[in-house]
Design a protein around this ligand. Sequence first.
Ligand code: ZN
Length: 261
Amino acid sequence: MSRVTTQFTGIIMYRQDYRERDLLVKMLTDKIGPAMFFVKNAKKRGFKMTADILPFTHGTYIGSLADDGLSFINVASDTSQYKNIASDINKNAYVTYILALVDSAFRDGQSIGGWFNQVAAALALIDKGLDEQVITNIIETQLLTAFGVAPIWDQCAICGRTDLPLDFSEQYGGMICRAHWHLDEHRMHLERQTVYYLQRFATINLQKLNSIRINKGTKYRLQLVLDTLYDNQVGLNLKAKRFIRQMNKWEQKMGKLTTND
Ligand SMILES: [Zn+2]
């Protein structure tokens, strides 16, 4: 195990009670990826870093980072909470899921390269009001690689053609062209729009994204594809994901889906 005291950028992922007065705070850091911090006396009245370690807060911290075991925060500066995420149940649910996905995809205490900025950009965009499902779908698409599933999105997985209509095949691990559709009777039968967005999602840089609007039907089908891949290929069963599914059912029951778009 190595330990270093340094300045880092972090996002609070979740917290849990530890003993009577202390907290364990899981953060996503730019230096060592996900890391668990022991914060002594965090639940004591008058604790000076209370606002700096609230859920959905991001900022600059100085602390002692351990690549194995618990890390510590000494000082926090320039912290702010994603206010809209913290106060909106939908945004809150999707961001909780994004952070849980990232937590499962990467090992604690190890650099995650460009992923920190991509996740920070996703949260900033959701906080700003961009469609939380779409932003989450982009993260889901790109994280597949981190889970060891690397679908071929941009060409036929069998022959490499790009000029024919493509459809997704789980069996072949990616898109297959019309000339090869007969080889997989269980191909997903995606229509053009869904294929187009999946290809875009796989490569989009969230730090350069300003707006994105996708119609409800296409969004529904995109989610279906990603759920299938996560259920069958990745095999995760995250509480945060189950909550989103439940929430969407409630919304359907309340007929909310007909008020927008
Ligand atoms: Zn082909």
